[in-house]
Write a protein that binds this ligand. Structure first.
Ligand code: ADP
Length: 167
């Protein structure tokens, strides 16, 4: 049997293109349960992102800094299989957020596959807050593109990044 690490660590993986208040909410909920959360920015060549992986990592780090979360949070970037990352770091838990019904099928598929790839790798899903139920990075990008205010949708560093892009 593999030894559980002393700190209960979860990986919260996603595109975070960019991090939104919905992601922040999942982090805050997860921080009440886990001792340590690794926010893992996925670098996926198949998926076209607005922000580079490095920028997504920086924005996540800056956004988390002021949160005063009751657990340790690290931000990392990874381009391989999530199960391989977890295996290499001896991490057994994944944290994900669940919004609309459409998330459910994807999350079920991903959780099942991850458990198949690495026995004991369990996914913990937290329900989106009702204020963020329809909030997604894609929607935020669309709103920003049309110059509408992003108040309450994204952390300040992200709002500033959009301003700097004149989006
Ligand atoms: P991916 O491309 O892997 O879905 P995302 O960055 O879009 O990456 O999302 C990462 C995780 O955060 C997913 O589990 C997603 O369901 C969750 N999430 C995204 N937005 C919200 C939100 N508004 N409320 C709760 N969970 C969310």
């Amino acid at each position: 049997m593999t030894q559980e690490p002393s700190k209960r660590t979860a990986v919260y993986a996603g595109s975070f293109d960019p991090i939104t208040m919905g992601h922040v909410d999942v982090l805050q909920k997860g921080a009440r349960v886990f001792d340590r959360i690794v926010l893992l920015v996925a670098e996926n060549s198949q998926k076209k992102c607005l922000f580079s992986a490095e920028k997504r990592r920086t924005l996540a780090m800056e956004s988390i800094k002021s949160l005063n979360l009751p657990c340790e949070v690290e931000v990392d970037v990874y381009s391989g299989l999530l199960a391989d990352y977890c295996k290499s770091k001896n991490i057994s838990f994944l944290l994900r957020g669940l919004r609309a019904i459409s998330d459910y099928e994807n999350e079920m598929q991903a959780a099942t596959m991850n458990r198949k790839l690495l026995a004991g790798l369990e996914t913990f899903l937290v329900m989106a807050d009702e204020t963020h139920f329809f909030l997604s990075s894609s929607l935020v990008k669309e709103v920003a593109e049309h110059g509408a205010p992003l108040d309450g949708l994204v952390p300040t560093p992200v709002a500033k990044a959009f301003q700097a892009m004149h989006l």
